[in-house]
Design a binder for this molecule. Structure first.
Ligand SMILES: NC(=O)c1ccc[n+]([C@@H]2O[C@H](COP(=O)([O-])OP(=O)(O)OC[C@H]3O[C@@H](n4cnc5c(N)ncnc54)[C@H](O)[C@@H]3O)[C@@H](O)[C@H]2O)c1
Ligand SMILES: [Zn+2]
Ligand SMILES: [Zn+2]
Length: 361
């Protein structure tokens, strides 16, 4: 029997989001229905609402979530009803070229539910990142459910489902930050702060936080930054060089997604250092750099999608570290809100007032 629950819909380009009744089918083969307990508000949800990702309105928003598996379809063996899970948007297929080469974090055939959730009039919904978790319940592919220790608070656990995992992974997976490294992070929102926490976890000797907003820099210190630079007041490239003996940082993580901050990252790294782009640019942005500088500075320039994470490997490990008091995931939750508050949360995000607003159900 399909069920009717409440969910947050983006009805059309730029229109305010609203709470609607949605119809969630029973799970088919390989699918699961999850009762959502918490779902963070991510920048990408706002991009969907604004039509920046695709035109497949109406969207069922929300994708940074944790909850309890309610029911599973035929053939599902990895999760069972009652399991506490974080939802992921990288349910690796096991069969694509990336998976077969042993690099499942690059999987390009990730699974989503086959059946559609709908409005009560039958209109099909497009779930954000194949999840759609600003809802009391959602339908996903079973592989999108990653079981973790159930003693963690759902509003904290859900954050690993997107932005916080992207940031931590940018540092520990893509950037491969190691003991004694110097690290600079440009842009200290949820993603940048998570990169700071990840660099701290990996044993970085110096972590330099760069932002335009002093409130963000104060928070970055709480996350593990050892130095802060307000790039409205000084040249961040000079400041990072000064703080690293004139060399630049071993790993520079760009967590804004703009050409000017990417250039700062490029010039603020040590000659053999690594630049990681985790901020997401828009289609019209262009980067211009002297090719000789690209050649003349060795090292590597990398991008990081979802922190190059492997949910089955990274989610349970990071939750365990959090429960041991070694990863302050709880500090990312600025406020908990209701389903009906998502539109307001977008405004607060736009004004830079929050790291994360999290809907609790
Ligand atoms: N790669 C991925 O898989 C992935 C996943 C989630 C989010 N993201 C992207 O990461 C980026 C950051 O996301 P977020 O949730 O932290 O956003 P956010 O808006 O919370 O944070 C952005 C931060 O950058 C700062 N900033 C803006 N312009 C700056 C500049 N010129 N110099 C220095 N700092 C500047 C802002 O003050 C803010 O603190 C976004 O582009 C988002 O789309 C990427
Ligand atoms: Zn694959
Ligand atoms: Zn997201």
């Amino acid at each position: 029997m399909a069920q009717e629950v409440r969910g947050v819909i983006a009805p059309g380009k730029g229109e305010p989001v609203r709470v609607e009744t949605i119809v969630v089918p029973d799970p088919g083969p390989g699918e699961a229905v999850v009762r959502i307990q918490a779902c963070g508000v991510c920048h990408t949800d706002l991009h969907y609402k604004q039509g920046g990702i695709s035109d497949d309105f109406p969207f069922l928003l929300g994708h940074e979530a944790a909850g309890v598996v309610e029911s599973v379809g035929a053939g599902v063996t990895d999760v069972a009803p009652g399991d506490f899970v974080i939802l992921n948007w990288r349910a690796v297929c096991g069969n694509c070229r990336a998976c077969l080469r042993g690099r499942p974090w690059y999987c390009f055939n990730t699974h989503n539910a086959e059946q559609k959730m709908t409005l009560t009039d039958g209109t099909e919904l497009s779930p954000a990142l194949g999840i759609g978790a600003f809802a009391e319940k959602t339908l996903v592919a079973a592989g999108q459910c990653t079981k973790v220790d159930a003693s963690v608070a759902p509003e904290v656990a859900g954050l690993l489902g997107c932005g916080v995992m992207a940031g931590i992974g940018a540092a520990i997976n893509t950037g491969n930050v190691g003991r004694g490294d110097t690290v600079a992070v440009i842009g200290c929102g949820g993603v940048g702060d998570a990169a700071i926490a990840g660099a701290d976890l990996a044993g970085a000797a110096k972590i330099i936080a760069v932002d335009l907003d002093d409130r963000k820099l104060a928070k970055a210190r709480e996350m593990g930054a050892t130095h802060t630079v307000n790039s409205k007041e000084c040249d961040p490239v000079e400041a990072i060089r000064e703080l690293t003996g004139g060399f630049g940082a071993d790993v520079v993580i760009e967590a804004v997604g703009r050409p000017e901050t990417y250039k700062q990252a490029f010039y603020a790294r040590d000659l053999a250092g690594t630049v990681v782009l985790v901020g997401v640019p828009t289609p019209e942005m262009k980067l211009e750099l002297p090719l000789l500088d690209v050649f003349g500075r060795g090292g590597s320039l990398k991008s990081s999608w979802y922190g190059d994470c492997l949910p089955s490997r990274d989610f349970p490990m990071l939750i365990d570290l959090h429960l041991q008091g070694r990863l302050p995931l709880d500090k990312f939750v600025t406020e908990t809100i209701r389903l009906s508050d998502v539109e307001k949360a977008f405004e607060r995000m736009h004004h830079g007032d929050v790291l994360r607003s999290v809907v609790v159900l």
